[in-house]
Design a protein around this ligand. Structure first.
Ligand code: ATP
Ligand code: MG
Length: 551
């Protein structure tokens, strides 16, 4: 987190100075029930970054206590994403490796009279729980003897009961103003195969009970989580105290990161994938780390963005232009500039010799000379962008129109002499003349033109596909009509992906997946790793060149 100050950093510093810990230990604890998204990047940067600042340690811990939703695919993807973001964990841990310890802690609670087996159904438990204004009601099974509880809990473990037939609950206070302390369920029965422990267990600890124990087992000093867990902190502390763990982790909450237009709920992201609204978890429109990677965002840009959002208790919504700002900043000096035509219009230079081809020098990045110069062919036929020509232009249109002269980037001035149309009146070809005196780099100062167009040589250009993106979900505050259920799926943008077929410079023939370029006047693009073939590169638009963001 560099040296920026934030309240968590201050707490850690005080705790170290007070001699509470020898070193800071944090963990990033994803549940492997989906892919990581931009919100998780915040938690990753905070956990790894802060521990790093104090030369501490960070574990990657899979919080895998719910076998029904978890999968090895997610475990693998999460590891890859954390590494790609530039972080290396100290230890790789799985909550499921601690099931035996957790079971023993539950037995300890029973022995202390702090937990009991309840036969109420889930629905009854909910009814008995009370509300914010009314206290809860005690379960008729609350006062079972320690012996009976021990026996029943063991029989739960042994698989003698069906799902939902019994639960283990902490015995705290049914009239606590904090509902989380009204005898929360700590173990449930689930006859399900676990991705890690297989069929060894049929009872699983609840998250709120498991999490503090996981932290204590790993000697985590500061357990950082998002603000919605604030009300859980008293129970977190109760578990740590009553389970008599040696290590005493401390929970601290920080505000979630929400990005405008970005879905940051794994459940919703999974729905987009399962219902095929997108091309998988790594669809470039997804705010997942793998989607951002395939889109062309860099780890540096994501890290800098997250750091710039700061660490506080509040959870605001961040403008998506802010994310884009950081990727432009990062790519400005790194990405070679090149020319690509997204919607081609042929231009014939009628006074250029038929069979001649010349090689022109083009700098790879005017802002970074070290990137050198490439050579691009120029001959009688080229492609320009369709919207760089207008037959009947408005005032202040400085690009190509009949009688007008423009500069071709890295090449010559050309003048529009004639417009060729098909039988329907569509413009199919432009005829121009060029002036050999105006070659770029020769210092020609005879006259000036106002427009500069990008182009590619028609004979040598490489066909390429461009994938242009808009937000997947539109902001739409519109209320649902009466009796109608409106979901985020109703706000899906039908134009979130546009695919166009164009051309790129011949030296782009062998581009590699994930290489990034700035196409002159269009924006930054990434070579798509999924659809690119040896015959045809596919480019994902990362961001356009224009920015509306002010830091
Ligand atoms: P769910 O628990 O509903 O599946 P989750 O987003 O909380 O979703 P976890 O795998 O539990 O997913 O998250 C791992 C860590 O990332 C948690 O500590 C969580 O608080 C943190 N986290 C998740 N979303 C955000 C967010 N938008 N901003 C900051 N931190 C987040
Ligand atoms: Mg969670």
């Amino acid at each position: 987190m560099e040296n920026s100050s934030n309240f968590i950093r201050s707490i850690m510093k005080e705790d170290l100075e007070a001699g509470k810990h020898d070193k800071i230990v944090t963990r990033f604890p994803p549940e492997p029930n989906g892919y990581l998204h931009i919100g998780h990047a915040k938690s990753i940067v905070i956990n790894f970054g802060l521990a790093d600042d104090f030369n501490g340690l960070t574990n990657l811990r899979f919080d895998d206590t719910n076998p029904l939703k978890e999968d090895q695919e997610y475990v693998d993807a999460i590891k890859e994403d954390v590494k790609w973001l530039g972080y290396d964990w100290d230890e790789l841990r799985f909550a499921s490796d601690y099931f035996e310890v957790m079971y023993e802690k539950a037995v300890l609670l029973i022995k202390k009279g702090k937990a009991y087996v309840d036969d109420l159904t889930a629905e009854q438990i909910r009814e008995y729980r009370g509300t914010l204004t009314e206290p809860g009601k005690e379960s008729p099974y609350r006062n079972r003897s320690v012996e009976e509880n021990l026996e029943l809990f063991e029989r739960m473990r042994n698989g003698e009961f069906a799902n939902g037939e019994k639960v283990l609950r902490a015995k705290i206070d049914m009239s606590s103003p904090n509902i989380n302390l009204r005898d929360p369920v700590i173990y449930r029965i689930s006859h399900a195969t676990h991705h890690n422990t297989g069929d060894k267990w049929c009872i699983y600890p609840m998250y709120a009970f498991a999490h503090p124990l996981e932290d204590a087992i790993e000697d985590v000093t500061h357990s950082l989580c998002t603000v919605e867990f604030e009300d859980q902190r008293p129970f977190y502390d109760w578990v740590i105290a009553e389970c008599e763990t040696e290590s005493k982790p401390r929970q601290i909450e920080f505000g979630r990161l929400n990005v405008e237009n970005a879905v940051t709920s794994k459940r919703k992201l999974k729905q987009l994938v399962d219902e095929k609204f997108v091309d998988g978890w790594d669809d470039p429109r997804m705010p997942t780390i793998s989607g951002l990677r395939r889109r062309g965002f860099t780890p540096e840009a994501i890290r800098e963005f997250v750091k710039a959002t700061g660490v506080s208790k509040g959870s605001g919504v961040v403008d998506s232009a802010m994310v884009e700002h950081f990727v432009r900043e990062d790519l400005k000096l790194k990405a070679p500039r090149t020319m690509g035509i997204l919607r081609p219009l042929k231009v014939v230079i009628t006074n250029y010799p038929e069979d001649q081809v010349e090689m022109l020098d083009a700098e790879n990045n005017p802002e970074n000379e070290e990137m050198g110069v490439r050579q691009i062919p120029f001959s009688r036929e080229i492609y320009i962008e369709q919207d760089d020509f207008m037959e009947d232009p408005p005032k202040k249109y400085f690009r190509l129109f009949p009688g007008n002269e423009v500069r071709l980037k890295h090449a010559y001035f050309i003048k529009c002499e004639d417009v060729i149309k098909d039988e329907n009146g569509n413009v199919v070809e432009i005829h121009c003349t060029y002036d050999p005196e105006t070659k770029s780099g020769t210092g020609f100062t005879g006259r000036k033109v106002k427009g500069t167009l990008h182009w590619v040589d028609a004979k040598h250009a490489v066909p390429a596909e461009f994938r242009l993106y808009e937000p997947l979900i539109l902001d739409n505050e519109e209320e649902a009509a009466d009796g109608e259920e409106k979901t985020f799926l109703d706000n899906i943008n039908p134009n979130s992906l546009e695919i166009v077929q164009g051309f790129v410079e011949p030296n782009m023939k062998d581009v590699k997946p994930q290489e990034k370029f700035q196409f002159f006047r269009h924006g930054y693009f990434n070579v798509d790793p999924k659809y690119t073939t040896p015959e045809k590169p596919v480019f994902n638009l990362i961001v356009s060149l224009k920015s509306s963001f002010k830091l």
